[in-house]
Design a protein around this ligand. Sequence first.
Ligand code: M24
Length: 543
Amino acid sequence: MPNEIILHGAKPRDPLDLGTAGIQLYRALTNFSFLREALIDAHTEEVVSYADILENSCRLAKCYENYGLRQNSVISVCSENSTIFFYPVIAALYMGVITATVNDSYTERELLETLNISKPELVFCSKKAIKNMMALKRNVNFIKKVVLLDSKEDMGEAQCLSNFMARYSEPNLDVRNFKPRDFDAKEQVALIMSSSGTTGLPKGVVLTHRNLSVRFVHCKDPLFGTRTIPSTSILSIVPFHHAFGMFTTLSYFIVGLRVVLLKRFEEKFFLSTIEKYRIPTIVLAPPVMVFLAKSPLVDQYDLSSIREVATGGAPVGTEVAVAVAKRLKIGGILQGYGLTETCCAVLITPHDDVKTGSTGRVAPYVQAKIVDLTTGKSLGPNKRGELCFKSEIIMKGYFNNKQATEEAIDKEGWLHSGDVGYYDDDGHFFVVDRLKELIKYKGYQVAPAELEWLLLQHPSIKDAGVTGVPDEAAGELPGACIVLQEGKSLTEQEIIDYIAERVSPTKRIRGGVVFVDDIPKGATGKLVRSELRKLLAQKKSKL
Ligand code: M24
C-alpha cells in the first residue's frame, strides 16, 4: 500500500546470521564450553554446564538418526522447566527435526488436541506428565515411543533418557567432529507451538530457524538484549514450553548466560533464590510483578543484586511497574511484547530508553504499524488502532491451516496481532486493549472457544459464552455466561467443578458464572464479548 506509515526497528548491532539455529547453537555451546554453569535448577541445585548441553544434544541428535528420525520428523517435549529440557530441542535443531512443545499440566484431552495437530512420533516427557501421556499413546497411532526425561529407570513402556541414549547413540562420538545439518533456514521448520490466535481453538504455530535467528540477534544486541556479558546470572520463571520461556532461554545460550530456573512460583522460595544466587536479572510474567510490588515478604530478603527486571506476555499496570522499580531501586522495568506467532518479543524496552507503561520500541529487523480498526489505514503517533508486524521473526503460518494463516497474515505479509495500541511521538508503544477472543490468565493462553465447547457438551446447558474478567493479580480470569436448557437447573459451583474436571488448572472458571436468558450475539450470530464482559462485571460489582 502506498503512503503507509511504518515504524522500522532500531539499527541492529549485528547482521542477521543466515545459517540455521542449530549451527548457531552448536557454535555458541562450543565457544562457552569453558563455563561450568549454563542451567541451574534452583529446587534441586542440579547444574548442567555448556559442555554438558553440547555433549548431550549432539549425542541425542545421533540417536535421532539411528532411531530413524529424518528431516521434518516431529518430536514433542512435555515437561516442566528442568536442566535437561533443552537437550531434545537443541538436538532437533541440529537435525532439522521439528519440536512441538506442550504444557506439562495438560489433561489427556488437552494433550490430544494439541499433539493431534503436529502428530509427534517420539515424545520426551517428564514423570509429572507421564500418566496422561501414556494414556494418550494408547489411544493414538502417531506416538511410537515415549522417553522419560527425568528418571534413571524405565517406567512401564516408557524408556528413560539414559537407556534411550545408550541404545541409540554412538559410543565413540566425539562432539568436536559432530556437524549439525545445514538446510534453508528460512524454510526449515524449527518448532510448532500452540496458540489460539485471534479466534477459535488452539492451532499449531509454525516457527522457522530464521525466526530464531532474529531472536538471537535481539538477545546479542546491547540495547535490546538481556545483558550480554557471558556467565551473568538470570533467573527465569517463565515456562520453557511457552514461546516466551523457550526463545528467551535458547537465546541466553547464544550469549553464554547462567540461567537459574524455577519450575513454579512460590513466594518465599522465589525471593530466597534471588538472594542465594545474587541474581542481577529476572525474567517473569506480570503476576509476579504484582507480588513484587505489594507483598510485605519482599522486604525480608536482600534483593540488592537485582539490576534488571524483564517482563511481558500480558499487560503490566503502570503503577505496578513504578512500584517494583522503586522498591528494587532500579531505573525501570524492561518490557517485551510478543505473540507465539511472532516467536518472541517484537517490541522491547531499550536499555537506554525506559518509558514507564510502554511495552517498548520496535526491535531490530521488525517493522510495525498501527491500523485504523475500520478503514485499515495506517495511523500516525498517538492514534489507537490494531498493532501489525512484518518481519523475519514472524511465523510461517498455522500448521495445515491455510484459512487461519490467511486471516492472520495479510497479502502484504503483515501479521495482525488482534491487540489495540498506539505509539507516542518518541516511538514508544502502548498496548491498551485486545480485540481478539483470547483470555490471558497469569500470562497463559485460555481460548474461550475451548471452554464454550466444553460447556455446550453439558446436557443442562443450552448456550454459553466465555470471556476474561479483569483481575489485578492474574490479569484476567475466565468467566462464563450460561443459558440453561428449559426445566434444568445447575449451580455456579456445579459449572465450575464440571470445567475443573476437564481442563488444566489455568483454564478453570475463576471469574464467576452468570445465568442469562440469551447470550448476546450480533447480526451474524457471533458472540458479542464486550456484552459478556459487562454481564460478568455487573455480577462482580454486586459481590
Ligand atoms: P502469547 N503487554 C500487553 N499484552 C501483552 C504483552 C505486553 N507486554 N505481551 C503479550 N501480550 C498479550 O501467549 C497480547 O494480547 C506471548 O505472550 C509471548 C510470546 C513470546 C514472547 O505470546 C498478545 O497478543 C513474549 C510473550 C515476551 N514477553 O516479554 C518478552 N517476550 C520479553 C520481555 C523482555 O501467544 C498475547 O499476549 C525482554 C525480552 C523479551 F522477549 C500473545 O500471547
